[in-house]
Design a binder for this molecule. Structure first.
Ligand SMILES: [Zn+2]
Length: 201
């Protein structure tokens, strides 16, 4: 049975690495996969999925208007499509998650999504909220806060290393970085510790 999967985590838990590993596993068996990541600007077309371990692959990008249509995806894949792999799935719209859920069950195409659950203010991303509602298989990927507790939240840090608590959910082209923290550190005002690159999950 095909399913919609959601693998969620805080920043830097290795989501993109896991995605690239799954892609490799399929392709090693001669099966075609399609990789998607969120478009962070107006340039349509291609983006990159980068693992902090050094692997980088080109991926198609999705924006709020992208239609996840089986025939279109099949044409993009160029072979029999075995699985759809979506990074930064927190940026999907609720409608897109609905399309993907339907596709998994009606068109029998497995869809695996990786993404954040909450933003730097502890609010749900729309895509994550819908994935938590509809995904058939939900799993948390674990990562560790600088204080050694489990990190489940994210904080935003500006170019000077200071924590940012106000602002838009997504900042395009800024110097912001994100760091995974435990709830205890999230609710404290601590802003020390290693700063990780923002776009690599
Ligand atoms: Zn902590």
């Amino acid at each position: 049975m095909s399913k919609l999967y959601f693998r969620y985590a805080a920043m830097n838990a290795g989501k993109s690495t896991a995605l690239l590993q799954v892609a490799h596993n399929y392709e090693e068996r001669g099966m075609a996969v399609l990789l998607f990541t969120a478009a962070h600007d107006d340039r349509a077309g291609l983006g990159q999925i980068g693992s902090r371990l050094g692997l980088v692959r080109t991926a198609a990008t999705f924006g709020p208007d992208t239609e996840f249509d089986r025939a279109r995806l099949q044409a993009l894949a160029g072979g029999t499509l075995a699985c759809l792999l979506i990074d930064e799935a927190q940026f999907l719209t609720g409608l897109q998650v609905r399309q993907l859920h339907r596709m998994a069950h009606v068109e029998r195409l497995p869809v695996i999504c990786w993404g954040l659950r909450s933003d730097f203010q502890g609010e749900a991303f729309a895509g994550a909220a819908m994935l938590l509602t509809l995904a058939d298989d939900v799993e948390e990927m674990k990562t560790i806060c600088a204080c050694a507790r489990k990190a489940t939240m994210n904080i935003r840090i500006d170019g000077d290393g200071r924590r940012v608590q106000q602002g838009e959910q997504v900042v395009i082209g800024g110097n912001e970085r994100y760091r995974a923290v435990c709830p205890s550190c999230f609710y404290s005002d601590a802003d020390t510790g290693a700063v990780a690159p923002g776009l690599f999950g």
